[in-house]
Design a protein around this ligand. Sequence first.
Ligand SMILES: CC(C)(COP(=O)(O)OP(=O)(O)OC[C@H]1O[C@@H](n2cnc3c(N)ncnc32)[C@H](O)[C@@H]1OP(=O)(O)O)[C@@H](O)C(=O)NCCC(=O)NCCS
Length: 213
Amino acid sequence: MSTSTTGAPSGHGGTGAVLRLVRLDHGTEEARVLREAVVRQRVAPDQRRFVTEAVHTLPQADTDPDRIPFAVVPAGFRPRDRAEALDTCAGFGIVDRRGHLRDLVDTPERAALLRAYYVTPEWQGRGIGRAACSAPVLDPLVAEVAPRATEIVLCVNHANEAGRRTYLAAGFAPTGRDHHDGPSGPQQILSRPMDPGVHGVAGPRDERTENTQ
Ligand SMILES: CC(C)(COP(=O)(O)OP(=O)(O)OC[C@H]1O[C@@H](n2cnc3c(N)ncnc32)[C@H](O)[C@@H]1OP(=O)(O)O)[C@@H](O)C(=O)NCCC(=O)NCCS
């Protein structure tokens, strides 16, 4: 990898300034090269039971206006071509405004779903997974694309210890409910309230505006 760990988070707090979530539903040059990268990146073979990779989920998101795909990029990097994007794209995820939210929570109209989320193997273990789904980084994007959401929801496989620890460290808590509709076994439903100040910051704005947090 041509990049160093400069800019990668190492602690629990103050992570908002060190990662950017770049929307991949935009026609920017950065989004274009990141899209080329995410469909080539893979998680470790033993992690595939926990997540479906972007090569499959990005095309699905492209056909669903409620799914907003994003790339995780350490702040300070702005990839200009596919090679740079492959080096600097640290992760991928999708914010889903609808999905199967009504099966997961009582007030789906006030929730957004984080799905298909992962950190690439080269960037794992540096605090990026925790930071990218924490309030300072994720909530501005969710507020931008789902202005009515006050809660972020996700499902994690019971056997996915790294995933569970990541989400708990990012402020998510078990809802006490499980989701059983999946090939990988029962999943625990987690949620966390969004930062109440974030809607005033991100606003209900043009939903096509890039999030550069
Ligand atoms: C889960 C995942 C996103 C974590 O990303 P990451 O950048 O490596 O995680 P972080 O470095 O931010 O660590 C977050 C927490 O997970 C823990 N963790 C990370 N890797 C771990 C592992 N292999 N086993 C156990 N715990 C692990 C860390 O210790 C940390 O917990 P702590 O704060 O209690 O110490 C990443 O492992 C991944 O992409 N896994 C495959 C796909 C996946 O499972 N996605 C989630 C689907 S719901």
